[in-house]
Write a protein that binds this ligand. Structure first.
Ligand code: ZN
Length: 194
């Protein structure tokens, strides 16, 4: 498992709901948490690890010892955004080095399925609300820079252009998929569990 970087096509992909939660999915979730802690993140969406599933893992402390702070959200659906929109700094593991100012609703009500298949309703505020909005966006192909109103990184457009150039070079070397290979890969995974 690896974190894909901009402009990998999975980051723009709108994942379909997951229909089957089994041992394979539980293993995926465990691996996502490991990778999130290794990379000092507080949230990770399945798109970011090249999987077209509606899965998000979150731990607002970023500390693997604090297991009670871990959340697994499968097929999350935002029901209501409430309160004022607050502007704050965000980064993303798929955009190393990029820090941007993103407005987010201060409160969010949403539903998600847990690893046992139970549907739960959540009301999160402040930092937690920000994380779940950022991660749920990923599942629907939206990245934080698309919602940002300002950048804390100088010449962010240049940074994105550099990442795009790198990605295209990696495609030529066969390290990243072509559009055709990507489509085949997604179709195969979706036929198994979406
Ligand atoms: Zn992100």
């Amino acid at each position: 498992m690896r974190i894909v970087k901009y402009p990998h096509p999975m980051l723009e992909y709108q994942s379909k709901p997951l229909m089957k939660i089994d041992q394979k999915i539980r293993d995926v979730v465990a691996e996502m948490f490991d990778l999130m802690y290794e990379t000092s993140g507080v949230g990770l969406a399945a798109n970011q690890v090249d999987l077209p599933y509606q899965i998000v893992v979150i731990n607002p402390t970023g500390d693997r010892e604090q297991k009670e702070q871990e959340h697994v959200l499968i097929n999350p659906t935002i029901l209501k955004l409430k309160g004022k929109s607050v502007e704050d700094e965000e980064g993303c593991l798929s955009f190393p080095g990029l820090r941007m100012i993103v407005p987010r609703a201060v409160e969010v009500k949403f539903q998600a399925v847990d690893l046992s298949g139970n549907v739960k309703t959540f009301f999160w505020k402040d930092f937690m609300a920000r994380i779940v909005q950022h991660e749920t966006d990923h599942l629907f192909g939206t990245c934080f820079y698309q919602r940002a109103i300002a950048s804390l990184t100088n010449d962010y457009e240049g940074v994105l252009a550099g990442m795009k150039e790198q990605f295209e070079e990696d495609q030529k070397k066969g390290l990243e998929p072509t559009q055709e290979q990507f489509k085949e890969y997604v179709a195969k995974l979706e036929s198994e569990r979406c």
